[in-house]
Design a protein around this ligand. Sequence first.
Ligand SMILES: NC(=O)C1=CN([C@@H]2O[C@H](COP(=O)(O)OP(=O)(O)OC[C@H]3O[C@@H](n4cnc5c(N)ncnc54)[C@H](OP(=O)(O)O)[C@@H]3O)[C@@H](O)[C@H]2O)C=CC1
Ligand SMILES: O=C(CO)[C@H](O)[C@H](O)COP(=O)(O)O
Length: 476
Amino acid sequence: MTEGKARIAVTGLATMGSNLARNLARHGFKVAVHNRTPAKMKALLDEHGHEGDFVGAETLQELVDSLQTPRQIIIMVKAGGPTDAVIDELSGLLEPGDMVIDGGNAHFNDTRRREAALKEKGLLFVGAGISGGEEGALNGPSIMPGGPAESYKHVGPVFEEIAAKVDGQPCCVHVGPDGAGHFVKMVHNGIEYADMQLIAEAYDLLSRIGGQTPAEISEVFTRWNSGDLESYLVEITAEVLKHVDADGTPLVQVIEDAAEQKGTGRWTVQEALELGVPVTGIAEAVFARSLSGHTDQRKAVREAFGASEVVAKPDAELVEDVRQALYASKVVAYAQGFDMMREASKNFGWNIDLGAMATIWRGGCIIRARFLNRIREAYDANPDLASLLVDTYFRDAVQNAEAAWRRVVVRAVESGVPTPGFVSALAYYDGLRSERLPAALVQGQRDFFGAHTYRRIDRTGSFHTLWSGDRSEVEA
Ligand SMILES: NC(=O)C1=CN([C@@H]2O[C@H](COP(=O)(O)OP(=O)(O)OC[C@H]3O[C@@H](n4cnc5c(N)ncnc54)[C@H](OP(=O)(O)O)[C@@H]3O)[C@@H](O)[C@H]2O)C=CC1
Ligand SMILES: O=C(CO)[C@H](O)[C@H](O)COP(=O)(O)O
């Protein structure tokens, strides 16, 4: 064992914390480890103590005492109240100049609040989004640290060491001040929801319209994973679909069809509403999970109307059409997520480098995908891109997919197979492309019932029609 005190600490040793601690130890950092329930700390030392230099601590006081100064402590506990509880206890034990790093899925407003509170005590606080799940935490996650640039100078090199690497570059960069890191992680998860929903819809179409078995669809996803759609989520979809129960039944057919959620997708939509950014794909994905969970309501409506009867009509084009529809819809989902980060960056003064976000998402995280290279190139070439959709590469890709995308949506709607992700992505694309939107009529309606006024295309200023009078127009 290395002599002396530990370089860094991790408190919270469930799935993420224990693997992150092992990752740190495997990279040669002496790590102090603590968990509220000490059994988890002991299990980590028993099973993995040989992987590196660990110091077990039964209490937070012991953890603090085991560290070099200034101290760096990573918190990996449940987001919300549990994180506050740990921070409260730690802040009474630490000294000015010490640093607390929250690696959980915190809400970025909590991060802003915590940073401000700790600053008053002379403590540094870093809200760091960490993605990659169990395997990423161990072998290299994507890390999105926010907070003061000064803090990054101290902890950045450690994070860059343990992060995933793509083309020799670490999947970690200083995102921006205060809550920027956790905001970006939240959007990452929002995109994750949208991507998963689109993949699930593709599966449903190939199953119910294409008449394919999970094993056959698994092969389709494996094939897709060697082209433009190459991504972790497509790869694991193939794995899940080919997995069978002991009696040979595909697992996917026995898992309850009610998707759960911990909250980051919902937060993304809530924040998008605040910022006024239409993240329709993410919203549909959150609502699709919500709908799936309303099992009693689903049963009642199914019984009232009968289940939609889909007659499988396999045809040679379906698989390729679905692939193209999936790709185009994914581009829309990512475009919306990047729009949201740009808007938040402007709103909060974070100066987020969108190309750098695409760069650190290329490896380690759940949404890692080949086309993030293209997204990086797009934002590196033009950081002020009005939308990812107008980048030459993505414009051509979406144009090439458009006919297939429309065929898939028509087939789904005609067949009664719900595809809210595909449909809303296409509607978003069509909405942005339209020369005129019926929003003009909405403005007229608002003015009629509430005198809310409207602007005209031929004159400047705001106007109101005297709807309950002589219907003449007045300048407002
Ligand atoms: N699981 C994943 O794939 C990912 C998770 N995250 C985030 O990372 C964090 C850790 O996630 P995960 O490893 O899944 O663990 P969980 O979110 O399941 O949290 C369990 C951990 O929190 C601790 N804890 C709970 N309540 C308290 C409390 N009041 N005081 C102190 N400790 C408490 C538990 O201690 P005890 O053992 O004593 O109960 C345990 O160590 C979460 O914020 C999560 O959102 C981020 C990316 C991916
Ligand atoms: O952060 C993650 C990956 O990046 C988690 O896996 C994510 O929180 C899972 O979310 P949910 O339970 O809402 O599906």
